[in-house]
Design a protein around this ligand. Sequence first.
Ligand SMILES: NC(=O)c1ccc[n+]([C@@H]2O[C@H](COP(=O)([O-])OP(=O)(O)OC[C@H]3O[C@@H](n4cnc5c(N)ncnc54)[C@H](OP(=O)(O)O)[C@@H]3O)[C@@H](O)[C@H]2O)c1
Length: 282
Amino acid sequence: MSEVPTVKLNNDKEMPILGFGVFQMSNGEAEESVLNAIKAGYRSIDTATSYGNEEAVGRAIAKSGVPREELFITSKLWIADASEEKAKVAVQRSLDKLGLDYLDLYLLHQPFGDAFGAWRGLETMYDEGKLKAIGISNFNNVQTYDLHYNARIKPMVNQIETHPFNQQNEAHKLFAELGIVHEGWAPFAEGAHDIFKNEVLGGIAEKYSKSIGQVILRWNVQRGVVAIPKSVKEERIKENFDVFDFELTDEDMQSIANLDAGLKTVDHTDPEFLKYLYNRTV
Ligand SMILES: NC(=O)c1ccc[n+]([C@@H]2O[C@H](COP(=O)([O-])OP(=O)(O)OC[C@H]3O[C@@H](n4cnc5c(N)ncnc54)[C@H](OP(=O)(O)O)[C@@H]3O)[C@@H](O)[C@H]2O)c1
């Protein structure tokens, strides 16, 4: 594993606390950006069936020359495959597209469809060694507890929207109690709410001669949340990785804590959003 600090999953597997996300990237962008990210030092890459770029990510991994065991590769099951039998086929499809024998982490992308059946499918693939860790994404606290309670193999990670304007403190507490690692998607709120112009974040950034993006990622690292920023720009890819040489004070952490406003980029409780998900062609 590279020098990125890691968190330990409930099966003792180590997961880098900072990774690289490839949502909303074309195949060309994904291949180039993943290569740049690995060159910059990232060892964890987060893709998904629904991103349509697993093959491109696989090509970048192969080209990178970094030994497979040093990488931590995540993909996700789309809801069209949310049943026990389909999930097993879908995992193999992801592996084939990525050109890998195993994935480090595979997530149920959404808490919809036959999620319990799909979870059993992931458990089987975990038993077979094709998945080294399994988890969930976008499960709310009740859904998370329910799956944790009923599952033979307990979810190891829940990847949920997490940024300074939506800090997910209740989820964080629950996950800690259940031994689930909190992974945050959209650490920059996908650029919404003028996050890169925020005065509080800007003031802290200035103090350390860092950027707002770096302060946000450092805040995640210090609260033990795995962050997976996305960028297609090489300079930003490097910048977003350069967060291990400074430390926020308790006062800085409190100032950022005060920014929490529960602002979501998407609402998983809105039936219109579910309609949109089911109508997506993946
Ligand atoms: N499980 C889920 O349902 C789910 C949902 C969403 C995302 N995710 C995962 O989380 C990852 C990250 O989330 P995200 O891609 O939605 O959004 P994000 O990382 O919060 O924000 C990405 C945006 O910020 C810009 N950006 C990146 N670094 C910057 C910097 N240093 N300064 C200024 N702007 C910067 C990017 O532009 P450029 O690319 O032009 O630099 C892009 O517009 C995804 O790629 C995906 O892997 C998962």
